[in-house]
Write a new protein. Structure first.
Length: 277
């Protein structure tokens, strides 16, 4: 969950699965005269939209930190341990059954979460030395090669499964995720309370074949709007609805007490928009 403070002593909870939907919306509208549309389009949008779908297993009945507070997504590796790795295993396989290219992108994203985005994202920690993570990375490497072989044997995917195309699309996945994190992990949009997570500058952004990567800058204008430069989407403004829950900002004495508030929580939809800068 992505947790932000609310003005009336409550917490705003945005589920990882809803953050995934925001990433999918960004992917679906990516592309204009300057930025190439993702290809294969359906696979990339599906991958972005479902990249955190494995979190459903936990978010159906979320647990607390040792101090009794709702658990923010940053720090979840420490708090959840190997359970977190299992989320991704299930999410990868669930999607790969339907679309092997999308499943491969989610697998590569999972690898990136453990390895500072495969070296692209300096603010992320590197978990690759943890034995359970190392074991997962070894298993994912084997599964990655299986999926790549399958894609390269398919006329539909062969041209998009070269080393260069896979790396470009992996970078796009990281951009969709980083931007969706920036959007979802703060309330209101101009809040400066969060000190971790992506900054308003996102690098290694693929523009199109034969062109250098760009750096996106997100300048927040007020509590609901931000300007993006250069602008990669097909419309401006791009409206971003984010489902959220409001729960008391307190330590809970038990899991049952938290779930009582979590299930009964007031629902709201946060409305943000991105504008051509």
């Amino acid at each position: 969950m992505m947790i932000s403070g609310h003005r009336d002593s409550r917490l705003v909870l945005v589920l990882q699965t809803d953050h995934s939907r925001v990433a999918g919306l960004l992917a679906a509208h990516w592309g204009n005269d300057e930025f190439a549309e993702p290809a294969p389009y359906e696979s990339m949008v599906l991958a972005a939209e479902e990249h955190d779908s494995g979190w459903w297993e936990w978010e159906a009945r979320p647990t607390l930190t040792d101090e009794g507070y709702p658990m923010d997504y940053i720090g979840s590796v420490k708090n959840l341990g190997s359970i977190w790795l299992e989320f991704f295993r299930r999410g990868i396989e669930r999607v790969a059954e339907r679309d092997p290219y999308a499943g491969l992108m989610i697998l590569m994203h999972a690898e990136g979460l453990c390895t500072r985005g495969k070296g692209l994202i300096s603010h992320m920690p590197d978990f690759s030395a943890i034995p359970e993570v190392r074991d997962a990375l070894d298993r994912w490497e084997t599964r990655r090669e299986e999926l790549i072989d399958r894609l390269r044997g398919s006329a539909a995917y062969r041209d998009l499964a070269t080393e260069g195309e896979l790396w470009r699309n992996f970078k796009l996945m990281e951009v969709f995720d980083q931007l969706a994190q920036f959007i979802c992990n703060r309330y209101p949009f101009d809040s400066e309370a969060r000190k971790n997570g992506p900054s308003n500058s996102i690098g290694h952004v693929p523009v199109g074949p034969g062109r250098d990567d760009a750096t996106l800058t997100v300048d927040v204008l007020d509590g609901a709007r931000a300007r993006v430069h250069p602008y990669p989407f097909d419309r401006s403004p791009l409206r971003i609805p984010i489902p959220a829950r409001l729960v008391p900002d307190r330590a809970y004495e038990s899991q049952e007490a938290f779930l009582h508030d979590f299930y009964r929580a007031e629902r709201c939809v946060i409305e943000y928009s991105l504008h051509d800068g």
